[in-house]
Design a protein around this ligand. Structure first.
Ligand SMILES: Nc1ncnc2c1ncn2[C@@H]1O[C@H](COP(=O)(O)OP(=O)(O)OP(=O)(O)O)[C@@H](O)[C@H]1O
Length: 122
């Protein structure tokens, strides 16, 4: 029983750290702030255009995907700056590929947005 409660306590503590990390991303990172603003705007658009459950699932998935990958990109940048603050081609490559991952997610999200909203204006 004691082992169970310590397992649960550790998981709850882990959620606390994750929540703290999400708040730090929102508070400190301009790119996450822009994406969070877009997320709020498309959520309002979703209500306004009364999009279907399937459309909501794709929209929420796209928001989660972009913001998650952006958070991981930020973590990669922070590690790169910490381990090697000076200019280095390998660090440049690491930062570029991490940014490339965000690009893939953003293209998918834009495509989903176009598929959902363009027909609403036709
Ligand atoms: N230490 C470095 N060595 C080599 N190239 C770097 C280095 N730091 C940055 N670069 C290059 O500059 C680009 C931008 O890096 P930077 O860390 O400024 O990312 P950013 O996306 O502008 O950061 P932020 O999200 O904080 O605005 C990188 O993708 C990389 O090509």
């Amino acid at each position: 029983m004691k082992e169970n409660s310590s397992f649960l306590a550790k998981r709850i503590k882990g959620c606390g750290y994750a929540l703290k990390g999400a708040w730090m991303l929102l508070k400190n990172e301009a790119s996450i702030q822009v994406q969070a603003t877009i997320a709020v705007l498309v959520t309002i658009a979703g209500w306004y255009f009364n999009i279907s459950n399937t459309e909501w699932m794709f929209q929420v998935g796209a928001i989660g995907l972009v913001m998650s990958v952006e958070g991981i990109n930020t973590a990669a940048e922070e590690i790169a700056n910490f381990v090697h603050p000076d200019f280095n081609n390998k660090i440049g490559y690491i930062k570029d590929v991490a940014a490339g991952a965000v690009f893939f997610a953003a293209i998918a999200a834009i495509t989903i947005g176009c598929i959902i909203y363009i027909p609403k204006f036709l």
